[in-house]
Ligand binder design. Structure first.
Ligand SMILES: Cc1cc2nc3c(=O)[nH]c(=O)nc-3n(C[C@H](O)[C@H](O)[C@H](O)COP(=O)(O)OP(=O)(O)OC[C@H]3O[C@@H](n4cnc5c(N)ncnc54)[C@H](O)[C@@H]3O)c2cc1C
Length: 381
């Protein structure tokens, strides 16, 4: 019997999760990836699989999606790091389980991207490298080509160090407007970055200030450093499908944690749901409404709340967190849909403007927005 072919555009966490799910169900997914390898959009920087927004632990989440942990996936609990607010007071928090799992992005052998690629190949997925799709072929397709605009940006440094493993988070609008800076050290490698949800034009100034604050607060040696940068996008109203034939997943659909930019789990989950909708004949939109939208919407409500805090609010928040017996449950409650969150979401929806000007244009030509609309969008920030 001929297997049904499904075109998948983009070998990111979203596209590869979709491909693995389809291949295991007997389909023939063909992944088109514009680069010669996975993770080329990243630089070997560390990222986190957050572990606070869902009831289940992230390892269980991966398991439920049928994914193995064949990549660096190191748990960091409250004991493994600390936070600084604008007053540079060191704050520690208590956690009943890991706060996040550190993963590496990029092409190194133990990266998340390489791990997913290996699982895809093991499942029999065909990946066509260096194939940039300009138009979607006939038949079913899943598009996971990543972000097309910058609703938040990050500028950072990866380096080698002899410092012990640690995570440090910084909240201060002078170094990370409406966002945060972070230092992640694992096994002699480190990632430092500052993120911005506002005032992108001054990214260099914020980065320099953030770097100085990091040097002031941590005694860390830096070797073999390399700068990196990146961006994420978030749509208030995700674009899910075109003609029911093409399904959009991950950041391409606009799935992203609007509060802090933790988009990997969204990408994987939406890739999985898109594949399941093809396999089971269920509606992708319904699956997303059930499994993604509640959290996505509360993340926007949380973004609005966070944007109202400013520096005194960050001090208050961190002090409050330091007194909690466990920060995981209160953090998770903030991602639960509730009456107050619904009201806040309505406010946030009116307040939030994605910098993506034209959502449609990328769907047939997946790479046009960042270079064309992106410039336009920057001019308006
Ligand atoms: C600096 C930075 C730090 C981050 N930190 C975190 C974090 O700590 N935790 C977290 O959860 N998230 C984090 N994110 C966000 C996270 O990386 C993304 O949300 C996630 O990678 C999105 O996955 P995706 O599969 O949707 O897209 P991507 O990972 O962007 O993958 C898309 C793939 O599609 C390919 N592609 C694009 N266009 C075409 C085309 N036309 N034809 C063929 N292939 C194409 C690209 O080359 C790429 O390989 C961070 C992002 C940045 C930039």
């Amino acid at each position: 019997m001929n297997k049904e072919k499904v075109t998948i555009v983009g070998a990111g966490p979203g596209g590869l999760t979709a491909a693995i799910t389809l291949a295991k169900a007997g389909y023939e997914p063909i992944v088109y990836e514009q680069n010669q390898s996975v993770g080329q959009r990243f630089n070997g920087d560390f990222q986190g699989l957050e572990n606070w927004s869902d009831e289940e632990d992230t390892l269980r989440f991966l398991d439920k999606l049928g994914l193995k942990v064949n990549f660096l996936c190191h748990p960091y609990t409250g004991k493994d790091g600390y936070f600084f607010g604008p007053k540079l007071k060191k704050i520690t928090v208590q956690t009943s389980r890991p706060l996040f799992y550190l993963v590496e992005r990029g092409s190194n052998s133990h990266s998340l991207d390489q791990g997913l690629k290996a699982q895809a190949e093991e499942a029999g997925v065909k990946i066509l490298w260096g194939e940039k799709l300009e138009a979607i072929p006939t038949g079913r397709a899943i598009v996971g080509t990543g972000p097309k605009a910058a609703d938040a940006i990050a500028k950072g440094l990866i380096f080698k160090t002899s410092h012990e493993d640690v995570f440090i988070g910084y909240l201060d609008n002078k170094i990370a407007p409406k966002a945060y800076s972070y230092l992640l050290v694992n096994n002699g490698s480190a990632t430092f970055a500052t993120c911005m949800f506002d005032d992108f034009r001054n990214e260099k100034i914020y980065y320099e200030r953030a770097f100085n604050v990091m040097r002031q607060t941590v005694d860390i040696d830096i070797r073999d450093e390399k700068e990196f940068g990146g961006f994420v996008n978030f749509f208030n109203e995700p674009v899910l499908a075109k003609d029911e034939r093409i399904l959009y997943i991950g950041e391409n659909a606009g799935f992203q944690d609007a509060l802090w930019g933790f988009g990997i789990k969204y990408a994987m989950l939406s890739g999985y749901l898109a594949a399941k909708s093809i396999i089971d004949g269920t509606s992708y939109e319904e699956l997303c409404r059930k499994h993604i939208y509640p959290k996505l919407q509360t993340s926007l409500a949380n973004r609005w709340l966070f944007a109202q805090l400013h520096n005194p609010g960050y001090n208050y928040l961190l002090n409050k967190m330091s007194k909690m017996e466990d920060v995981i449950s209160p953090l998770r409650r903030h991602y639960n849909i509730s009456f107050s969150k619904k009201i806040t979401y309505r406010l946030a929806k009116r307040w939030y403007r994605s910098r993506l000007i034209d959502k449609q244009c990328m769907h047939e030509h997946c790479d046009c927005v960042w270079c064309r609309h992106g410039k336009h969008a920057h001019a308006s920030t």
